[in-house]
Write a protein that binds this ligand. Structure first.
Ligand SMILES: [Zn+2]
Length: 551
């Protein structure tokens, strides 16, 4: 109330707000963004450029472009919201880029947008909130607080152009003077420009929103409507295939593939086939999962093409095979749109779940009931939570905490790297146990069903190699830890009898990929359809001619 005594005509809070010209504020914000939210970009620029003069020209030219852009948006009423949006986006993006080496492209935004709140919650840590307060909220409050002096329209246009045109010319001069060097570095290191903050994250978000709008009306075109089961099995028992999909398991940490720690003690006791050289379709769930169930192959897959075509489960449906999708991850990514779906995290069974996140044992718990109800040929997909980070320590029960010390926090950057690896390896032990349990359940019923299991991880994970954590790197620059995935096949006695063992062992050492899932699964279920390609079925070359599927 005492404020009123200062001036009767003008409230004093207005006096306290400093005035600033629109061009000055634009320049200050541009300098803030480039200097305080681009640590990864600068670190990599210094690393990649050999020539210091070219480096200086590159950075000075980009600073001029930043400044020209912020001046261009210095329009009354729009300027403050846009600057604040850029500051907040840049602060958030810099946390993930600088801390985890994350590149925020369209796929990463899609992944974030389609994830569950419990999964996202692991990333919103106290340290993240502190970072957001210092680098996002405080600067935004400053922008909101100052009073901007705007000129009238024509004066503003004249002044802005007077600033923008020289800035663009300077940027051009910088670019031309070091064109060869800049072109060479950006071509060799495709990740460099992708770390430019906040333009790449904001641009990706805009591209994602536009694409999502366009994707809304897509209807999946029928696929493999000619599909039919070749005939009953020799014994007349129904075929049962369980496909375990995901999550975040990397082949490098599977002892089945040569890892020097015993991370697959249970699978090792089963008669399984391990395909040691398997690559994923993407580096994130939202790309890999729909891609592996489509027949498009990695080369032909896009988010839109995935939505526009039916998938493996639909082809099984056309063949009269019962399909079901069990969801214990962040959603089926539209793969089960036309399939019966059962969500475990929604059920929130207190024996396995806390806060809408469940151990994969929740699915094993229901498996016997499901198997008891099998009447005819059936396919069940288990979309597991697996090794999903960064809270690896929440992915397994205490008996699997065999590699110690663990990193018992989602803020893996605060742990010793070895403890992060220990914790991750414990998640692999747990997945090993889950897969082994699936096989045990199937084996126990071989007198009434003809079973098989395929396990493929959706993508791998970085655990601090080259400063990189988690996953989702653009495929073109992704390290092998994110794309080299485990692929396990187990067949019951009857299915196995139709395959030449030596041939299969040889095939398992050769290249495989997510492209093989669609055709291998059709082959295992003896589905005949024009969309089945024997060459992509890892078993077709090893099957006796009369018994396998054919096109
Ligand atoms: Zn995933």
């Amino acid at each position: 109330m005492h404020n009123l005594s200062h001036s009767a005509r003008r409230p004093s809070w207005r006096l306290a707000r400093p005035e600033i010209g629109s061009i000055t504020l634009a320049l200050l914000t541009a300098l803030y963004l480039i200097a305080f939210t681009n640590r990864t970009f600068f670190t990599r620029s210094f690393e990649y450029f050999d020539n210091h003069l070219s480096l200086a020209a590159f950075i000075f030219g980009l600073t001029c472009l930043f400044a020209a852009f912020t001046i261009a948006i210095s329009v009354k009423y729009l300027m403050k919201p846009l600057l604040i949006l850029m500051v907040l986006s840049a602060a958030s993006a810099s946390w993930f880029m600088d801390g985890f080496g994350t590149i925020i492209d369209v796929d990463m935004i899609r992944n974030a947008a389609t994830t569950t709140t419990s999964e996202a919650g692991h990333l919103i840590t106290p340290a993240y909130l502190l970072h957001m307060t210092v680098f996002g909220i405080l600067p935004s409050l400053l922008v909101a607080f100052v009073r901007i002096k705007h000129r009238n329209f024509f004066a503003k246009l004249r002044w802005n152009l007077t600033a923008i045109v020289p800035l663009l010319l300077l940027a051009l001069a910088c670019g031309v003077s070091s064109a060869r060097s800049i072109a060479a570095v950006t071509r060799l290191h495709k990740d460099l420009i992708l770390t430019l903050n906040p333009f790449v994250p904001v641009g990706s978000a805009v591209a994602f929103v536009l694409a999502s709008e366009a994707d809304k009306n897509i209807v999946a075109a029928p696929l493999g409507t000619d599909a039919r089961v070749a005939g009953p099995t020799r014994s007349g028992k129904p075929r049962v295939l369980i496909i375990v999909t995901g999550e975040t398991a990397r082949a490098e940490n599977f002892s089945l593939g040569g890892y020097d720690r015993e991370t697959n003690p249970e699978l090792n006791k089963h008669d399984i086939t391990y395909f040691s050289d398997t690559s994923s379709c993407g580096t994130a769930t939202a790309v890999s999962v729909p891609c592996m169930f489509s027949n498009l192959k990695r080369s032909g897959y896009s988010h839109r093409a995935g939505l526009a075509n039916e998938n493996l489960l639909d082809v099984f449906g056309h063949a009269g095979i019962r399909t079901e999708w069990w969801e214990n991850n962040t959603g089926d990514k539209n793969v089960a749109d036309r399939t019966t779906m059962h969500s475990f995290s929604n059920a929130n069974d207190p024996r396995f779940c806390t806060a809408n996140e469940c151990l994969d044992d929740a699915m094993i718990d229901q498996l016997d009931t499901w198997l008891s109800n099998v009447k005819g040929d059936s396919v069940l997909v288990l979309h597991q939570l697996g090794s999903h980070g960064p809270a690896y320590y929440q992915r397994y029960t205490p008996e699997f905490a065999r590699f110690t010390p663990e990193c018992r926090t989602g803020e893996i950057g605060t742990c010793e790297r070895q403890s992060v690896v220990n914790t991750y390896d414990n998640t692999i032990l747990y997945t090993d146990h889950i897969l082994s349990s699936v096989i045990d359940h199937l084996k126990a019923r071989e007198n009434s069903i003809d079973p098989a299991m395929i396990y493929m991880s959706d993508h791998g994970e970085s655990l601090g190699e080259n400063g990189l954590y988690l996953h989702g790197a653009p495929y073109i620059i992704a390290p092998s830890q994110q794309t080299h995935v485990p692929f396990v096949l187990w067949q019951g006695t009857e299915m196995k009898a139709m395959v030449d063992a030596g041939c299969l062992t040889r095939r398992a050492g050769e290249e495989a990929s997510h492209d093989n899932l669609f055709h291998t699964a059709l082959g295992l279920m003896s589905v005949k359809t024009s969309v089945y390609t024997p060459k992509l079925d890892v078993l077709s070359a090893c099957r006796a001619p009369a018994s396998g599927a054919s096109s």
